[in-house]
Design a protein around this ligand. Structure first.
Ligand code: AMP
Length: 280
């Protein structure tokens, strides 16, 4: 497994692979790797000849400076872990390698960026779009793999690839959860033992909503999920939304959307967790 820190080294290697007709799979991450990342990496490894994992904590997608500062950075440990996977190349650039000039551009995605995460984290998806587009241009993979854990991000990146006609296939991967239902996340390492114990109540509320949605209106179901989550006083929801999986627009009646998803963001102490569940 190679570890490259510059675009030049990475591209020299990948150009040689491409000349030998090898297919390239790509998994962008911000590191602090866990089983959720590893499942993406294994899937990418089984579908491509060469597998690239990037590890880059992208400063321009953080609207909260404290979140950026406290984001876990465990590069050495991540590299050791990646040696046990089909990863062929790690690309871990410093910030100046990705952004030699200050970023002034703003990216939009037909309004998909204005709801939920985009509403509460202004500028977040612009930062995500800019870094992912840049990484796709640098790596030029055949396929890029993203988790449904970040459902809105996935919808936005599919929109970006479609609207900008980027030559890559986006592959989505299901949410990987802990045994107690908590969605795996790098931020989970920042939870105290007490917080970690109550965190699975988020998934329990979503799971219960999926079982009962037919007997509620979307509005009532949202209220019920909010109430279920806040039965645990440490959990402070920022939003609970039920939206069309394609348009991300809120649903007033179940008949309005062919597929619906519940998306939530919940503060647990200073840590902000997101999760979702497809209802139908
Ligand atoms: P991150 O390092 O948090 O930016 O995540 C990198 C990629 O891993 C993104 O496509 C995420 O959606 C995906 N990912 C993170 N956590 C999970 C999870 N629990 N299940 C599935 N995919 C995940």
């Amino acid at each position: 497994m190679f570890v490259f820190h510059t675009v030049r080294e990475l591209q020299d290697y990948l150009n040689a692979q491409r000349s030998a007709s090898k297919t390239i799979g790509f998994v962008p991450t911000m590191g602090a790797l866990h089983e959720g990342h590893l499942q993406l990496i294994r899937k990418a490894g089984s579908e491509n000849d060469v597998m690239v994992v990037s590890i880059f904590v992208n400063p321009i997608q953080f609207n909260n400076p404290e979140d950026l500062e406290k984001y876990p950075r465990t590069l050495e440990k991540d590299i050791e872990l990646l040696k046990t996977t089909p990863c062929s190349v790690v690309f871990a650039p410093p910030v100046a390698e990705m952004y030699p000039e200050p970023v002034t551009e703003v990216m939009t995605f037909g309004g998909l960026e204005q709801v939920m995460e985009g509403y509460f984290r202004p500028g977040h998806f612009s930062g995500v779009g800019i870094v992912v587009k840049k990484l796709l241009e640098i790596v030029a993979p055949d396929r890029a793999y993203f988790g449904e854990k970040d459902f809105q991000q996935l919808a936005i990146l599919k929109y970006m690839v479609r609207s900008q006609q980027l030559p890559v296939e986006i592959v989505d991967c299901p949410i990987v959860r802990e045994a107690d239902g908590l969605a795996m996340s790098s931020r989970n390492t920042r939870l105290t033992p007490v917080e970690r114990k109550v965190a699975p109540a988020i998934y329990q509320a979503l799971h219960s909503a999926k079982l009962q949605y037919v007997s509620h209106s979307p509005e009532d179901l949202k209220k019920k999920i909010w109430e279920d989550i806040t039965k645990e006083p440490l959990l402070k929801p920022e939003y609970v939304e039920i939206v069309d999986t394609e348009t991300l627009k809120p649903i007033a009646k179940w008949d309005d959307a062919p597929h619906a998803i519940v998306c939530v963001a919940v503060f647990l102490g200073s840590v902000r967790l997101i999760d979702n569940i497809v209802l139908y």
